[in-house]
Design a protein around this ligand. Sequence first.
Ligand SMILES: Nc1ncnc2c1ncn2[C@@H]1O[C@H](COP(=O)(O)OP(=O)(O)OP(=O)(O)O)[C@@H](O)[C@H]1O
Ligand SMILES: [Mg+2]
Length: 262
Amino acid sequence: MTRIIAIANQKGGTGKTTTAINLAGGLARTGRRVLLVDADPQANATAVFLGVPAAAGPRESARPTLYEVLLGGMPAAEAVITTRLGADDDAPTLDVLPSHLDLASAELELVNAFERERQLRQKLAPLVDNYDFVIIDCPPSLGLLTVNALMAATEVLIPVDPGLFPLIGLNLLQKTITMVQQANPGLKMAGVVPTLLDRTALARDTQIELQQAFGTRLLPAIPRRVAIGEAHAAGKDIFAYDGNSDGAEAYAALLKEILNRG
Ligand SMILES: Nc1ncnc2c1ncn2[C@@H]1O[C@H](COP(=O)(O)OP(=O)(O)OP(=O)(O)O)[C@@H](O)[C@H]1O
Ligand SMILES: [Mg+2]
């Protein structure tokens, strides 16, 4: 069965997109068929894999995006772009359902749609079987786009960065997940990923709190590393940017754990 993993946290800048990119890229590199759905109007994941003009360029010249799929009646398959993860002809490929800055208004327009929480689930249904994994990058909010992602997902993965009282924000997210589970009972908690981990006392305290609260659902941590941010800016996953870095090692360990738990 296809594993559909929503990467969510309403807090901004916790490493959602970075995790989505590296999981999607890493899984594709193992030969798995992967679709990355960019459900964030910031379109960062789109910019990384398809370039900045695709994510934020003039609308007329841009390709169709999740916006046309969710609100324009376009079949999702028509908006999917296949990108090659390397220069060689036999490099692995990744499918991307892109976003665009315009998706910001989708959240408002969706409010009036019939079955507004199920739009993404319904639109993805015809293509889900073509993939081993669908990775959905969520925006930093608990609005309709995130709810659509959670309704479409079989699992939710939560990146958490070091911060004061991390459990308070996670409580809110947990409430949303519990609410969504009433309509999507198959939705499992894949786990919590500590991200942007550094040597500060704050990071250490966050790690202890997460360990106590989540136990075995705490996944391998991702350290704060310059190369991880640089890869993002260079439009690559960490495996392409610096496959020997400990950032790549950390994402590989996370990927392995997610595969083991499948
Ligand atoms: N492990 C890391 N080491 C260093 N920099 C990182 C790491 N993870 C993420 N970053 C950088 O931190 C910033 C925020 O990361 P990212 O965009 O992945 O977060 P996000 O949760 O998707 O943000 P948003 O909530 O705005 O969508 C980015 O500039 C990214 O390059
Ligand atoms: Mg993001």
